[in-house]
Design a protein around this ligand. Structure first.
Ligand code: NAP
Ligand code: MG
Length: 402
């Protein structure tokens, strides 16, 4: 069998610990036998980020800007312990944060469903993707603790010195005050990233705020989303047969509990913080959660939603067997390969990625899985596999369907 050819390289960002152990095995067993894999490799492993003063992270982000699609392994965000463990020059910033800032991207997370792990919400049949606006609001706020009564105001001074003033409250006694902001630019980019993601996944977009109560702040989100949709995306959505639905946040929460799923839930920053954890937990496992960074300029970076699985790595270093679930990592690869296939007009490549995903689902549904899933699946697992046994099982089955 001849290998599937690629025309444009994927930007490959390697990472740390257990996920770094699994990364080359995934390529070697599941991709390279079938695809003439072209990548441009960037080593974002902790040591190499330190050696290059984190320049490698910037280079990798620029490469994604140049070629359009990246696939990223999980990386350590160093804290003081890591500085000592890896003898680092300093506590480097989160690579995900650096890349997100450079691509101006939004992260979308989507559960990977199998029929032997039931979502906690009975009606959910299809994945619910959550897109969280990652700028501003309460995460960049200013707060004051008023120790006595007094007048609380917000004041905005424009570049010409003109002041706009609004009384928040005449406090009769001690209390708390908070000021927050967002920008039209960031909200616009968030809206674009959401609509790009929906087109890329062919799913509806649901967005909600509390605009009935917050008649300026939340209303601005609503207006910008509607404007971006009407001017840039309505026709594209119509041709794709998907829709944009706006409602109030409490209404969307109530509806979410009754839907079959299968949409993007675009969330303001705080809503996304809270709801993404609820959705992830209700669907079962972080190792069954795919994640993609979508930039409003049409760049994509695929990754797993989990971290470097440090605890398993230390076991691995001691020579013990691990049962680390590689599904989300493999879905990072299949997502990236599919996107490359779509952009480069290589249906065979996209088709290969689809088949690999199907093999993974079938394998788990047939009862072969790693320990994390065995703990939550019903009917019980037939075989609980270690990290590499699971990849071997996938490789064996993949060979048969190709
Ligand atoms: P983690 O790597 O997500 O792992 C937390 C726990 O979740 C694991 O100990 C394991 O539970 C379970 N788990 C996660 N992924 C799994 C998988 N694929 N298969 C089986 N079980 C899995 O989070 P962490 O241990 O808190 O963080 C480790 C490092 O990852 C940190 O240095 C952090 O900076 C980094 N991190 C990176 C990213 C990223 O690059 N996207 C995201 C988050 C964290 P059990 O131990 O119970 O088996
Ligand atoms: Mg959270």
């Amino acid at each position: 069998m001849s290998k599937i050819q690629m025309t444009t390289p994927l930007i490959e960002l390697d990472g740390d610990e257990m996920t770094r152990v699994l990364w080359p095995i995934i390529k070697e067993k599941l991709i390279e036998p079938f695809v003439d894999l072209k990548t441009e490799y960037y080593d974002l492993g902790m040591k190499h980020r330190d050696d290059t003063d984190d320049q490698v992270t910037i280079d990798a982000a620029n490469a994604i800007k140049k070629y359009g699609v990246g696939v990223k392994n999980a990386t350590i965000t160093p804290n003081q312990e890591r500085v000592e463990e890896y003898d680092l020059k300093k506590q480097w910033k989160s690579p995900n944060g650096t890349i997100r800032a450079m691509l101006d991207g939004t992260v979308f997370r989507k559960p990977i469903l199998v029929n032997n792990i039931k979502p906690a919400v009975k009606s959910w049949k299809k994945p619910i993707a959550v897109g969280r606006h990652a700028y501003g609001d309460v995460y960049r706020n200013a707060e004051i603790k008023a120790e006595s009564g007094g007048k609380a105001e917000i004041v905005f001074t424009d570049h010409n010195g003109n002041e706009t003033r609004e009384t928040i409250m005449e406090l009769e006694g001690p209390g708390v005050i908070q000021g927050m902001h967002n920008t039209d630019e960031s909200i616009t980019n968030f809206a674009k990233a959401c609509f790009e993601y929906c087109l890329s996944e062919n799913i509806d977009c649901w967005f909600a705020t509390k605009d009935t109560i917050s008649k300026i702040y939340d209303q601005t989100f609503k207006i910008i989303f509607e404007k971006v949709f009407e001017t840039e995306y309505k026709d594209k959505f119509d041709s794709a047969g998907i829709s944009f639905f706006y409602t109030l946040i409490d209404d969307v929460v109530a509806r979410m509990m009754k839907t079959e799923g299968g949409m993007l839930w675009a969330c303001k920053n705080y809503d996304g913080d809270v709801m993404s954890d609820m959705v992830a937990s209700a669907f079962g496992s972080l190792a069954m959660m795919s994640s993609v960074l979508v930039s409003p300029y049409g760049y994509f970076e695929y990754e797993a939603a989990h971290g470097t699985v440090q605890r398993h790595y230390y076991k691995h270093l001691k020579g013990e067997k691990t049962s680390t679930n590689a599904v989300a990592l493999i879905f990072a690869w299949t997502g990236a390969l599919k996107k490359r296939g779509e952009l480069d007009g290589l249906p065979d490549l996209s088709d290969f990625a689809d088949k690999l995903e199907t093999v993974i689902i079938d394998t788990i549904e047939d009862g072969f899985m790693t320990g994390d899933l065995a703990a939550i699946c019903n009917p019980p697992a037939k075989e609980v596999l270690d990290s590499t046994q699971f990849l071997d099982e996938l490789a064996k089955r993949l060979e048969k369907v190709l």
